[in-house]
Design a protein around this ligand. Structure first.
Ligand code: COA
Length: 343
């Protein structure tokens, strides 16, 4: 009776399979079926069938052929298919003594089987399976090797134990589990408008920061010694020069001012993090905002990327972005070569 319930699911979910063929294999004693049953939903003494897999174990060859596999339509993509496959693998290994599964998967099912560790490459020797299973046209033969030890039905708790063990090791080696509340710190320091010293930011020192890392950058700009004030001045001069070469360029006109939302009403709906040469200029003027060359380069790069996101490649704006960017990066490169090298 339960097998009839499973037959109905196969018949509905595998419409290309003749029903007589399904019944023949399902009722055949050489085939076995693994099922998901809902014991709390019983009809006429029979539990409701949610889905199942029918397979034929070839004991001597130590592989099994999956003939049908389906979950009822309203229960798919809830994890039942995976559970079913895990139970099947454990049963086939521990009870039937199998080491592999083979199955013919149609296009729709290949994705599911790949997620269950089936491969399109067949590693089993051909003479192990050839002649035992039928050839079909238009479907793909897939193979799965059953792990000899893995507790397939216990994967979730095994993975969570492994994750916990790794977490514990990470905690021993690092302090990344310490989370500092920036909002509370700002309240204590009297609001965000007050200037906050870098070294007072909670957790920074715990994370290994030292004051000589101020303005740490992947571009090593200025060789030789010099205090942080001198270095910041040199950086400001460099950035000022780079900004000017952009402002003076013939393709800079689309970037001089922020985009006007009256002229371009949807611009700020699409570009969530806008930037332009005027805004960059204000940050340069503050002399405190760009503490690394990377920050300045990142702003310029964002400006070019925003332009190419909003405008299509055949527009003059898009072309301006690409030309100005090439010019800008050639100047950055030149600056790095004359005394400043990437670290
Ligand atoms: N194609 C690609 N991926 C699929 C898929 C499909 N047809 N069906 C399920 N998946 C994915 C799921 O998204 C899920 O991915 P995730 O782990 O990243 O979330 C994973 O496979 C497992 O899903 P799960 O919920 O365990 O599977 P299921 O209960 O839906 O059962 C089938 C999968 C294939 C048995 C079921 O969808 C079904 O009965 N399909 C119709 C019959 C069929 O094609 N059978 C196979 C040939 S015999």
């Amino acid at each position: 009776m339960i097998l009839i319930g499973l037959k109905n699911i196969f018949a509905r979910q595998l419409p290309n399979m003749p029903k007589e063929y399904i019944v023949r294999l399902l009722m055949d004693r050489k085939h076995k079926s693994v099922m998901v049953l809902r014991n709390n939903e019983v009809e006429g003494g029979i539990p409701l069938v949610v889905g199942g897999i029918t397979y034929r174990p070839y004991h001597r060859q130590r592989f099994g052929e999956i003939a049908f596999c389906a979950i009822s339509a309203d229960e798919q993509v809830k994890g039942y298919g995976t559970r079913l496959m895990n139970h099947l693998k454990e049963h086939a290994r521990d009870v039937d003594g199998l080491t592999h599964f083979l199955t013919y998967a149609d296009n729709n099912a290949v994705g599911y089987f790949v997620k269950q560790s089936f491969t399109k490459e067949i590693y089993l020797e051909k003479d192990v399976w050839h002649g035992y299973i039928k050839d079909y046209d238009g479907v793909l033969l897939m193979e799965c090797r059953i792990d000899p030890k893995l507790k397939y039905t216990n994967l979730a708790s095994m993975i969570s134990q492994q994750r916990q063990a790794i977490d514990e090791m990470i905690r021993e080696l690092s302090n990344c589990q310490n989370v500092y509340q920036v909002a509370e710190f700002q309240k204590k320091e009297g609001g965000s408008s007050k200037n906050i010293r870098v070294e007072d930011i909670p957790g920074l020192r715990d994370a290994g920061w030292t004051s000589d890392q101020w303005g740490h950058t992947r571009y090593k700009l200025f060789s030789g010694s010099g205090d942080s004030v001198t270095k910041q001045k040199q950086l400001n001069a460099l950035i000022r020069g780079l900004l000017k070469t952009m402002q003076d360029h013939t393709d800079a006109w689309p970037f001089i001012e922020p985009v006007d939302s009256v002229d371009v009403p949807d611009y700020y709906k699409i570009i969530k993090d806008p930037i332009d040469l005027k805004t960059i200029g204000k940050s340069v003027e503050s002399e405190q905002y760009y503490v690394t060359l990377d920050m300045f380069v990142a702003d310029a790069r964002r400006m070019f990327n925003n332009c190419r996101t909003y405008n299509s490649p055949d527009t003059v704006y898009y072309r301006c972005a690409t030309k100005l960017q090439a010019h800008f990066f050639s100047k950055v490169q030149a600056a790095l070569q004359s005394g400043a090298k990437p670290q």
